[in-house]
Design a protein around this ligand. Structure first.
Ligand code: SF4
Ligand code: SF4
Length: 114
């Protein structure tokens, strides 16, 4: 998964597209990806403190983008394969409130696929 997202990120960069880092997985019940637009992310860390499940971290360098040298949000390695379960408390079946991570990010860098 990491290699695929690494490749697609670089590919996107070379084409001048947005820098989107996708973290997550797909299984029989759906696609569970958190996408961080690393062009928008300023490394502020507000998502880290907003998330009750410690999904995010701020890395000194982007593990997906060797061309970037500024701090950037990433999804913690031990959470990537568990997003459906970790995020479940934030996502009730009905009347889903705004997600704390999305609300906390002032630059609009975070999106979820489900
Ligand atoms: S809150 Fe948004 S801008 Fe700040 S570190 Fe998280 S993703 Fe980046
Ligand atoms: S939906 Fe909730 S648990 Fe999932 S990343 Fe956002 S704040 Fe964290």
């Amino acid at each position: 998964m990491r290699n695929i997202s690494h490749f697609s990120l670089l590919n996107s960069h070379l084409k001048g597209g947005p820098m989107l880092a996708n973290y997550g997985y797909k299984d029989a019940s759906g696609d569970f990806f958190i996408t961080i637009d690393t062009d928008k992310c300023n490394g502020c860390g507000d998502c880290v403190s907003a998330c009750p499940a410690q999904i995010f971290a701020v890395a000194d360098e982007d593990p997906n983008d060797p061309l970037r040298e500024d701090p950037v949000a990433i999804v913690a390695a031990d959470k990537k394969k568990k997003l459906k379960y970790e995020c479940n408390p934030c996502k009730p079946a009905t009347d889903r409130p705004p997600l704390p991570c999305v609300e906390a990010c002032g630059t609009g860098a975070i999106s979820h696929s489900w």
